[in-house]
Design a protein around this ligand. Structure first.
Ligand SMILES: Nc1ncnc2c1ncn2[C@@H]1O[C@H](COP(=O)(O)OP(=O)(O)O)[C@@H](O)[C@H]1O
Ligand SMILES: N[C@@H](CCC(=O)OP(=O)(O)O)C(=O)O
Length: 373
């Protein structure tokens, strides 16, 4: 274990406030619905962490999977209406099981069901933040899931890994623990033959050559390893270390943190507004930048001026969030645009002195802009 890696594991073991995300495959079976025993073991571990002075937020998947057996379905449904029906049955079974199980430790559970809108819209984001913080302050264990019964295709998170990364930032967590049905990240899907375990990820370089699949073995979860790696990247980029392992190893993950894959932080903690801009806000359009503008915005942290924009995409209003893309089409930053989409075509490519006085303001001000690379 390298020094940096052990520092990451030490930080995770010492974390005061943790977010623990558990996947469907770890709590349910296709034939039996909710696996009460596995859920109880998880609760034992989380309750232990709370008893030793920590705080925990549980992001629990499993609503859809837990509804499969009670509704007499044979496998995870593919259409949204049946998924929502299953989630409606499964979520209440899940909430009931958590409440009962945590009550063995005199711990109260607060159910928090979020839609993507709750983190995409700034007002909702702060509201969710307040609720979660208050629950923690009152000594309860928030149990979070997506509000599957009302979410439509367009506004779904779909998998809970990304939701867990967003919740980690929302509550200012000191660590994020991702529990799945696989003990660690491998360089390829271990189900498909030989794969080597990756113990530490200290940055993008350690991910070179790693193939993280989009499907899981169980057919119960969604997103596969790819969504976990992406969630880890989001959390680490804003200063939250991540441990990825199996639910069967939860006691070690929440104890000495000496199992699974540890992802080191790659950036510092962002303010709520900057995190929201970078990872949560829905973008309404794109501005294409030339190389000079990319360097100014990403390396020198300058405002974006009209002169460096080569094309405008989307129908946005001033005040909306847009993506800034480099000439290769990669998103390099996100920010709040100061003009409506209709105003920009006349301005782009022109330097400030060629523009009328009222149109000389920055297109995206540096304070409203978050580089992503
Ligand atoms: N590179 C990889 N390393 C580890 N597991 C992988 C990798 N690529 C794909 N997987 C698969 O991802 C699965 C976990 O994803 P998923 O079923 O969505 O989990 P969960 O329900 O816990 O969210 C594992 O069962 C594993 O087979
Ligand atoms: N909100 C959904 C989660 C979807 C899902 O399967 O997520 P995961 O098991 O974390 O890949 C549910 O509770 O069924």
């Amino acid at each position: 274990m390298s020094d940096q890696a052990s520092a990451t594991r030490k930080a995770i073991a010492a974390a005061q406030r943790v977010v623990v995300k558990v996947g469907s495959s770890s709590l349910t079976t296709t034939t039996g619905g909710l696996d009460a025993e596995r859920l109880m073991l998880l609760v034992d571990t989380v309750a232990q962490r709370v008893a030793s002075g920590g705080q925990a937020v549980l992001v629990s998947s499993g609503a859809i999977a837990a509804g499969i057996a009670p509704l007499g379905l044979r496998r995870r449904p593919k259409d949204l209406a049946t998924q929502q029906a299953a989630a409606s049955v499964g979520q209440q079974a899940l909430a009931h099981a958590y409440a009962e199980s945590f009550s063995r430790y005199d711990l109260t559970v607060g159910q928090v069901l979020l839609t993507a809108d709750d983190v995409v819209r700034r007002g909702h984001y702060r509201n969710a933040q307040r609720t979660l913080n208050r629950l923690l302050g009152l000594g309860a264990v928030p149990v979070v899931n997506e509000n599957d019964t009302v979410a439509t295709h367009e506004i779904r998170f779909g998998d809970n890994d990304r939701l867990a990364a967003l919740v980690s930032h929302l509550v200012g967590a000191d660590a994020l623990i991702l529990l799945s049905d696989v003990d660690a990240l491998y360089d390829g899907d271990p189900r498909r033959g030989d794969a080597s375990v990756i113990r530490e990820v200290n940055g993008d370089a350690d991910m070179a050559g790693v193939r993280a699949g989009r499907t899981g073995a169980s057919g119960l979860g969604t997103g596969g390893m790819a969504s976990k790696v992406e969630a880890a990247r989001v959390a680490c980029s804003s200063g939250i270390p991540v441990l990825l392992t199996s639910a069967a190893l939860a006691d070690r993950a929440l104890g000495p943190a000496d199992v699974g894959t540890a992802f080191a932080v790659t950036g510092s903690r962002l303010s709520a507004r900057r995190f929201w801009l970078a990872h949560a806000a829905g973008a309404n359009g794109r501005l294409w930048l030339d190389d000079g503008a990319v360097a100014a915005v990403v390396k020198r942290r300058r405002s974006l001026l009209a002169a460096g924009i080569t094309a405008v995409e989307g129908a946005f209003d001033g005040g909306d969030v847009v993506e800034l893309v480099n000439p290769a089409g990669e998103v390099v930053a996100r920010g709040v645009v100061a003009y409506d989409a209709a105003e920009l075509p006349d301005l782009i490519g022109r330097s400030s002195h060629q523009l009328p006085a009222e149109q000389r303001r920055e297109v995206v001000h540096a304070d409203d802009l978050v580089p992503l690379r």
